[in-house]
Design a binder for this molecule. Structure first.
Ligand SMILES: NC(=O)c1ccc[n+]([C@@H]2O[C@H](COP(=O)([O-])OP(=O)(O)OC[C@H]3O[C@@H](n4cnc5c(N)ncnc54)[C@H](OP(=O)(O)O)[C@@H]3O)[C@@H](O)[C@H]2O)c1
Length: 288
């Protein structure tokens, strides 16, 4: 089976790496070529354009920043949808909005290409260790075809429903992620202002059932003020935007998410866009 992989950032490079490690023949493309060096050394073939990465492959994965980028690489000059062979399968693992995934499913179908949205839960380390969770939207038979590949990159893959439903589940998860870390940061910062030291505040908050269990994983980043990006803050703001955009499309109020999104927007303006999203603690902490 021939596989194409487009988008070799923090996540894509590691996901593609696990496919190569498992002996799959991969053609890869990334806007910044150097990010493919390690994969090429490991045996992947380089493609000079999205279109070249996609021709002749049976399955194409994309792991790109946001909807606009996916659309550009799919349909723009040297867009991959123009070169994919009939009945091949495009799996978009980028975090995008559900209506965008639905739209891509139709566009792909019109070109004779099958489509699934398969965003992932899990960050840099789970991507490295093949411990991601795939949330998949698309036809069940396609899901079954791709499942062995998902399981080379992840610990599990769940079929949620038709095209768009993987993206729907993903933005629900990241809405909670964005709110949890923000609420925790606000509480801890006020605790510190009230004279509770950071360590004690964290120890106790993290033991209470009102704190989301995942926050324990981020403790050391906040404790040591180390915000090397696992999941860049600008991507989390993007995901909250995708959530509020979807809420607008469906006439569903989302007051908390809109407010949270703006805190991340403000943090971006303090040069925190490329830091880890947990830097929202630092943003609330720093007073000018
Ligand atoms: N990091 C995480 O923890 C995590 C977890 C789950 C899901 N996600 C989602 O997965 C996706 C990728 O995330 P990531 O963390 O791997 O991000 P990243 O490191 O910023 O990588 C983004 C990818 O998109 C490409 N890209 C961005 N703008 C482009 C443009 N205008 N034209 C062509 N290519 C462009 C980048 O190319 P260059 O290398 O040339 O910049 C890179 O391949 C995002 O949708 C993110 O929300 C991330």
């Amino acid at each position: 089976m021939k596989i194409g992989f487009i988008g070799l950032g923090i996540m894509g490079s590691r996901m593609a790496g696990n496919l190569v490690k498992n002996g799959y023949q991969l053609k890869v493309y990334n806007r910044t070529k150097e990010k493919a060096d390690k994969l090429i050394k490991a045996g992947a073939a380089w493609a000079d354009s999205p279109s070249e990465a996609a021709n002749e492959v049976d399955i194409l994965f994309t792991m790109l920043e946001k909807p606009k980028v996916v659309e550009e690489l799919a349909l723009g000059d040297s867009g991959f949808l123009n070169s994919m062979k009939k009945d091949s399968l495009w799996i978009d693992s980028s975090t995008v909005n559900p209506s965008f995934s639905e739209q891509m499913a139709v566009v792909a179908q019109n070109k004779g290409v099958r489509f699934m949205d398969a965003p992932v839960s899990g960050s840099k380390k789970p991507a490295e260790d093949a411990q991601l969770l795939f949330l998949v939207g698309g036809e069940k038979s396609q899901f079954e075809q791709a499942k062995p590949l998902f399981l080379k990159m992840g610990k599990d893959a769940l079929h949620i429903g038709p095209a768009g439903k993987g993206s729907a589940m993903k933005i629900m998860i990241n809405q909670l992620l964005g709110q949890s870390i923000l609420a925790f940061s606000e509480s801890l910062n006020l605790g510190m202002a009230m004279g509770i030291d950071k360590k004690t505040g964290m120890d106790i908050l993290l033991k209470t059932p009102v704190t989301a269990p995942i926050l324990d994983l981020f403790r050391s980043r906040i404790e040591n003020n180390e915000y090397e990006p696992n999941f860049p803050l600008r991507h989390l703001q993007k995901d909250l935007h995708l959530f509020t955009e979807t809420a607008y499309e469906l006439n569903q109020p989302s007051p908390l998410t809109n407010a949270a999104k703006e805190v991340y927007a403000l943090a971006k303006h303090k040069n925190m866009a490329d830091l880890d999203f947990t830097a929202v603690f630092k943003y609330l902490h720093e007073k000018e």
